[in-house]
Design a protein around this ligand. Structure first.
Ligand SMILES: [Fe+2]
Length: 218
């Protein structure tokens, strides 16, 4: 399958989305970037076209993000976070297949890939105990809590280059967080609650052609 087939297209005010999924194992803190990148590349090849999304809330969100990325500037992550907050003000629009879990690792559902490759929207579904590695991004990113109570921990590197946790934010449904790009903001998201967590993420990069946006990983 080539990018023409899996990338979103738009007709009028409607947009296509991609409900099927690739997964990233939130695994070994010592995993190399090459390993993660290869895993993502492999999984992304499994993406399949999706039905038309007529959910007005999601269409409005895509239109709002388009307006943000049309004028690239500092602070885009915060602006997109505002759009995500509006999107997740109701938690009844995510297709059932995008809420599927995986016992092996948290599951990543690709919701939307900008036709111009400027951003990508994912839904991540976390079972109890599932966690991302500590990582940073080359791109800006924003996350909102669709359902459940995930935690987001911030880190900084000590003199030995090891990550030291500097804080943790216990999130509630409807809350958003955003990060500007840069390895100076390593972080980790995890679910230590007993309930399933679903988070909506938007990354300021093309995760179809360049499936790994990670620039630091522990
Ligand atoms: Fe991240």
């Amino acid at each position: 399958m080539n990018d023409t087939n899996i990338r979103n297209t738009r007709i009028g005010s409607s947009c296509y989305y991609l409900p099927i999924v690739h997964t990233l194992t939130g695994t070994a803190m010592s995993a190399s970037l090459d390993t993660v990148s290869a895993q993502l590349s492999s999984n992304c090849r499994a993406l399949t076209p999706a039905p038309l999304v007529n959910e007005p809330r999601f269409v409005r969100f895509i239109e709002a993000v388009d307006r943000v990325v049309d004028v690239p500037q500092a602070g885009m992550a915060k602006e997109v976070a505002v759009a995500i907050k509006e999107l997740i003000a109701q938690s009844d629009w995510l297709p059932e297949e995008c809420c599927e879990t995986s016992e092996e690792c948290y599951k990543r559902h690709l919701l939307y890939a900008d036709p111009e490759g400027r951003y990508t929207v994912l839904a991540l579904v976390w079972l109890n105990g599932q966690a991302s590695p500590v990582h940073g991004h080359t791109a800006w990113c924003a996350m909102g809590v669709y359902t459940g109570n995930p935690s987001a921990a911030a880190y900084e590197c000590n003199d030995a280059g090891e990550p030291v946790q500097t804080g943790v934010h216990h999130c509630s449904p409807g809350q958003v967080v955003s990060l500007e790009p840069g390895a100076e903001q390593p972080h980790r998201v995890y679910n230590d609650s007993s309930d399933v967590v679903i988070t909506i993420h938007t990354y300021g990069c093309d995760l179809v052609d360049e499936p790994c946006s990670i620039n630091i990983l522990f």
